[in-house]
Design a protein around this ligand. Structure first.
Ligand code: TZP
Ligand code: MG
Length: 211
């Protein structure tokens, strides 16, 4: 267990992922099922709309002491009082995030190709996304499909906590943790489920079994 990143199940969510249901409801159900950290990832909203949903989500998450991470928008993160930010390899680099927001305590950085691990930017992140472990219709503009071998390889190159993302579900969670991931991040297997609490619980159970 990494004391700086003690989370095992991570929900990545947008309003569009929730099949017409309220994002705060879906997220709260997911927490009841065992989700421990939440990232709001809104790719097509105005600043105002993004910030509004972030504030609603943050108010609910505070009741559970579950941290909120904002995808790739430092202004929204600051506006809603989020715990942290997540950036990819074409976003604001981690070193500049920390310059602009020195008090950011959770900074995720997506590893999309192996060369990133040989550069200094990774040192500024608090955890790394293995993106994607398996290719997924949820995000198609990806570079490397890491697979289980990729998780093991990345683990030899860094001590940062590793968050596996990309088609994660209850069937593959056990193998992904066994391969070396510290945490599993999920969009559709939870947000798209009829019962998000049950879906989260099934994944969390597989994670706990693998630990
Ligand atoms: N980054 C890499 S894969 C992905 C993101 C945001 C989407 C994962 O979605 P799903 O539905 O859990 O495969
Ligand atoms: Mg991005």
């Amino acid at each position: 267990m990494n004391s700086a990143f003690p989370y095992r199940l991570y929900l990545v969510i947008s309003e569009a992922d929730c099949k017409g249901r309220d994002i705060v409801w879906v997220t709260e159900q997911a927490i009841k099922g065992g989700v421990q950290v939440v990232q709001l990832r809104e790719k097509h909203k105005s600043f105002e709309a993004f910030a509004k949903v972030a504030v609603r989500l943050k108010n609910m998450l505070d009741n559970y002491n579950v941290p909120l991470i904002i995808n790739d928008n430092i202004d929204v993160a600051l506006a809603c009082g989020a715990r942290g930010l997540h950036v990819g390899n074409t976003d604001l680099p981690p070193s500049l995030v920390m310059q602009q927001w020195p008090k950011c305590t959770m900074l995720g950085y997506s590893i999309e190709y192996i060369e990133q691990l040989y550069k200094d930017e990774v040192s500024h992140a608090t955890h790394l996304g293995i993106s994607p472990v398996f290719s997924t219709p949820t995000k198609t503009n990806t570079v490397t499909e890491w697979g289980l071998e990729g998780i093991a390889k990345i683990k030899t190159l860094t001590n940062k906590p590793l968050v596996a993302i990309g088609r994660m579900n209850a069937d593959n969670a056990y193998g992904v943790i066994t391969a070396g991931a510290d945490c599993i991040a999920v969009v559709s297997a939870i947000c798209g489920a009829e019962d998000p609490a049950n879906a989260a619980e099934a994944i969390r159970n597989q994670i706990e079994k693998a630990l």
